[in-house]
Write a protein that binds this ligand. Sequence first.
Ligand code: S3P
Length: 425
Amino acid sequence: MKKFLIHNKSLNGKTKVLGDKSISHRAIMFGALAEGVTTISGFLKGEDCISTIQCFKQLGINIVEENNIIKVYGNGLYGLKKPKETLYVGNSGTTIRLICGILAAQNFSSTITGDSSIIKRPMKRIIEPLKLMGANIESDEGYAPLNIFGKNLSNIQYNMPIASAQVKSAILLASLYANGKTTIIEKFKSRDHSEIMLKYFGANISINKNVIESNSINKLVAQNINICGDISSACFIIVGALITKNSHIIIENVGINPTRTGFLDILLKMGANIKFLNVRYISGEKVCDIEVKSSKLKACNIYGHIIPLMIDEIPLFALVASLADGTSIVKDATELKYKESNRIKTISTELNKIGANITETDDGMIIEGNKTFFASECESYNDHRIAMCIAIASLVCKEPIVLNNYKCINISFPNFFDILERLGE
Ligand code: S3P
């Protein structure tokens, strides 16, 4: 399926983006394990989060939608039912990795798998710590399908070898069931939505800098959760406004949890005109309205602790760096190879087709700036974030870029083109 992308536009006006994907997954999962009815407003009805709902329905949880509110009828920590069939997560890495932390502790066995991308993504990273806790998980040499035989788990102290919120969250979920206190030590901090929301649901979790301690508990208690707009979705629109001439937009109600705003911090350093208005807290998460105006940007190098704080936005960084003044370098970003596609390769290949000059390195990219993009035919590799990067690049092209396989955008941002077209009018 091909799409001629919106091109040669500036973006103007006010908008909102749909609910945060990471938070939406967690609200369903924690709601399912809590006692009572959890209500969720602002839930992201993208394909990934719908996969999470499907999996919990298969695990016997009643989940309904009424007037745009999702209601999760929690059955308690020990109330899940053995699924009749294999659990299927589609394209969602967050679903498969987090659920494993729960399934490992149940009194039944289950099998879980996903689409052609999921079965190529590494699962050893969750299997190893969960095995240390006593889990019994069979894999296809570290890849899905995974057969999980529920066991009694024990606590561990775990030094995270990579920065990954998915791994951390799988251990945190398992720790609810493990004897005693589980300690997780992060070298570099990753997104902390699980910590925030689990505490909200009554978990016994304490955080001291990069050390997280979680004690086993008897129950979680249902909550009303209000989900803010997804910063990772907002970043596509923000970059669209920055790189086009005469743009001025406001995106309302966007989550700005500091473990997610690495890219905004880097954009500010590059000279972006971005303002954070009406800063407030909703369901424990920091939220604001973001105002953006067209900006002239200069190059920047990114490496070390900032990488996990902007992990999903690095393809967008490659895009802005290609248009900025000077050469930018990305280091310490090997994790990008294990996303929905090998994002070092896919973003370099596609942006180079339209006039960028990006050299892939072992752990990142060297990005020459001051480029002018031109139209060509591009691929998404079925990776939603690559597809949206290409669509944003098209805004500064004189002719439309043609994008193949664009439907994957529905994974995280189903109304992406509607918003872009409205702001581009
Ligand atoms: C996510 C964590 C990140 C991120 C993904 C969502 C989450 O993955 O890339 O889109 O919701 O926990 P890793 O934790 O594997 O880096």
